[in-house]
Write a protein that binds this ligand. Structure first.
Ligand code: PMP
Length: 387
């Protein structure tokens, strides 16, 4: 028999990640400079690693409460208050997850009935559409526009809303565009969200990497706070991708529901990582600042370099990606990336990996050293001159 006939109808329609496909190819080649993966290049700060080592030494290697260690949940609440003026109760409103990734998955598995619509912004993080569809939902795509600095506009939201809309998924600062929404930007759409009563799943994993002004969380609008599921994590802010640690803050009824999915699927986030997470949030502000300053310098360097060689690239205000247009080259984003890899051995990600509206762009991560960025820019320049 064909084992594939055993699978459900959705899984077969979900493509493998367009990022992975490309990087498997790049990793089989010699001498490639990769500006592809969305991962900070810093070591996890030593004092955070030390706490994990200490936890192992002390034998703190057991399951934690499903929702996470109380001390970590308290620390998350202090952090959200200190940084974004958000008030949550540690014992009812916080759930510690296996990265932001698990948080996205369990949010939709808890919210959706079959055929519920979810407004998904595009270009957007590769996991969003698959997570919605695997939870039985129907993604309704809203195309963010370069001329709007990849912000969500009120008219776009209005048009996408229908009686079947259950939720909207947002990600500011955004992957892959680096777009942000200011308080004024959110003020335009909040009344519509309040009126419609839909859930807002907001992935704010890049909140700490906001370069102009302070990050504004949509959860800070009191009139819709009970509708908001705030997702974040430790991967980007503290350079802790491999620790698999994230969290959700939301109304207690939503947290209780998501905790059911979490407890039966996951049990708890890795306990040793949770001890490291307490240290990160309590004493990591200086590390965050240092990394952010470094990313900002690299952002300025790469944007100036790309613009100088004619790859039109507005200054992104958040995250660690630039998303230049490659339309004038006449190549599709996949052609551009394939040829750049083949001819100059530089790996970047085709924009269409982030949805159809990413076509005509490429995503370049600048979470790499200035030396690597400099060499990559020289190679990209040569590629453009010769093509
Ligand atoms: N959301 C966004 C927008 C991301 O870019 C990523 C990682 N690339 C994640 C969530 C997942 O992060 P993690 O599971 O490591 O917390």
């Amino acid at each position: 028999m064909n084992p594939k006939t055993l699978l459900n109808d959705v899984i077969g329609t979900i493509p493998p990640s367009g990022i992975r496909k490309f990087f498997d190819l790049a990793s089989s080649m010699e001498g490639v400079i990769s500006l592809g993966v969305g991962e900070p290049d810093f070591d996890t700060p030593w004092h955070i690693r030390e706490e994990a080592i200490y936890a192992i030494e002390k034998g703190r290697t057991f399951y934690s409460a499903n929702a996470g260690l109380p001390e970590l949940r308290k620390e998350i609440c202090r952090y959200l208050k200190r940084k974004f003026q958000l008030e949550y109760a540690w014992n009812t409103d916080i759930l510690v997850t296996v990265g932001g990734s698990e948080a996205i998955d369990i949010a939709f598995r808890s919210l959706l009935n079959p055929s519920d619509e979810v407004i998904v912004l595009s270009p957007g993080y590769v996991a969003y559409e698959p997570c919605v569809r695997l939870a039985g939902g129907v993604p309704v795509i809203v195309e963010l526009k370069e001329e709007d600095e990849f912000k969500l506009k009120k008219e776009q939201l209005q048009k996408a809303l229908s009686p079947k809309t259950k939720a909207i998924l947002m990600n500011f600062p955004g992957n892959p565009t680096g777009g942000i929404m200011t308080r004024e930007d959110f003020s335009e759409i909040v009344p519509l969200i309040q009126q419609s009563g839909i859930a807002v799943v907001t992935d704010e994993i890049y909140a700490e990497l906001t370069y102009s002004g302070k990050h504004c969380s949509i959860a800070s609008f009191d009139e819709i706070k009970d509708q908001v599921i705030l997702i974040s994590g430790f991967s980007k802010a503290y350079s802790m991708t491999g620790w698999r640690l994230g969290y959700i803050a939301a109304h207690q009824d939503l947290i209780a529901a998501m905790n059911k999915v979490h407890q039966y699927a996951i049990m708890c986030a890795p306990t040793i990582s949770q001890y490291a997470g307490i240290e990160a949030m309590a004493k990591g502000d200086g590390d965050v600042e240092m990394m952010k300053d470094s990313f900002e310098r690299r952002r300025n360097f790469i944007v100036n370099g790309l613009n100088r060689m004619g790859l039109k690239c507005p200054m992104p205000q958040g995250a660690f990606y630039v998303f230049p247009s490659i339309r004038h080259t006449g190549m599709t984003s996949e052609e551009f990336c394939e040829k750049l890899l083949e001819k100059e051995k530089v790996a970047v990600v085709p924009g269409n990996a982030f949805g159809a509206s990413g076509e005509g762009f490429v995503r370049i991560s600048y979470a790499y050293s200035i030396d690597e960025i400099k060499s990559a820019l020289e190679r990209i320049n040569r590629f453009l001159e010769n093509s």
